[in-house]
Design a protein around this ligand. Structure first.
Ligand SMILES: [Zn+2]
Length: 301
């Protein structure tokens, strides 16, 4: 699969680039597009490269490839595992933003077909080279790394489920999960779970409107709150819940100074008393945060 590539401004004045012909430069840039992997391995197939990069130009593709090799920008490598040769764009990582996930598609980069010019083979003994376990060892390392990544993703998933099981409001789970993954990088599961258990007690029995969404709780780093003033917050919430149950806006106004005004009664309301009581509860819900903030400010030690 071909890839979109970028050209850095200093490419054009690179010492090796300026010394080669214009067609060789074009071929060189084209090879980035058609490299098999982000390490810069390219199939050593002159005709294919000609058709891909310079399809109607009257040039000798083999001469251009030789020019690139002579300049030192490209090398030809042999792959003993499958007796094939490859071209290698040297310093590909310097030219391009690379993505190693892509390298698994490359027959040179896959563990059992490492080319014989690399340090890996140069540094191992004859005995090891003859050992049938050599390739699997390297392959195993790659797999173990993949498994570690998989495992850490699975761990965070299962951590989230543990935490979510304690969370008092089961809404917008997807958003909560994303926020959890971010939060979990900086704080351990025990802290998050303990804090959410404390928060659960705080909001136990409250109208869901008073309970923060999981993502809000996490993004606000609310696990830090719970350490600071759990008793005070719990006390206020319990008291506020009683006020809500008893439609007691007067007590709230006394304690925090926020005034409740009786609403205008619409013509079509049959039960005026029920309407007024409901309005009191709605007012408490709507102003919950403001009321708590005022009380905390007034009663702060
Ligand atoms: Zn490769």
């Amino acid at each position: 699969m071909a890839r979109i590539r970028t050209i850095k401004p200093d490419f054009w004045t690179d010492g090796k680039v300026v010394s080669i012909s214009a067609y060789a430069r074009l071929l060189f840039i084209g090879m980035w597009n058609f490299a098999i992997c982000d390490k810069g391995h390219v199939a050593d197939d002159a005709l294919k490269l000609k058709l891909q990069i310079l399809p109607i130009d009257n040039v000798d593709i083999n001469e251009l490839i030789t020019e690139l090799i002579t300049s030192g920008l490209v090398e030809r490598i042999s792959n003993t595992a499958n007796s094939r040769t490859f071209l290698h764009v040297k310093r590909m990582e310097e030219h391009q933003k690379t993505d190693t996930r892509w390298n698994s598609r490359c027959p040179v980069c896959t563990p059992d077909t490492t080319p014989d010019h690399t340090e890996t083979h140069a540094s191992i003994s004859e005995a090891q080279r003859d050992s049938p376990t050599l390739a699997p060892v390297k392959e195993r390392k790659v797999k173990e790394k993949d498994m570690r990544i998989d495992k850490s993703i699975r761990d965070i998933d299962s951590d989230f489920e543990t935490w979510w099981a304690h969370y008092p409001l089961k809404k917008a789970k997807g958003q909560a999960e994303r926020a959890f993954t971010t939060a979990r990088r900086n704080v351990d599961l025990d802290t998050l779970t303990a804090a959410v258990q404390a928060y659960s007690k705080t909001v136990n029995g409250l109208d869901p409107k008073f309970i923060a969404y999981g993502s809000t709780w996490l993004n606000g780093k609310r696990w830090l709150d719970e350490d600071i003033a759990p008793a005070t917050a719990t006390g206020i919430e319990d008291w506020l819940r009683d006020c809500w149950t008893n439609h007691n806006t007067i007590a709230i106004t006394d304690r925090c100074g926020l005034e409740f005004y009786n609403p205008d009664i619409p013509e079509d309301v049959a039960d005026v008393k029920a309407f007024t009581l409901q309005a009191r509860r709605d007012w408490i819900k709507t102003n919950h945060d403001e009321i708590v903030a005022r009380i905390l400010k007034r009663e702060a030690p």
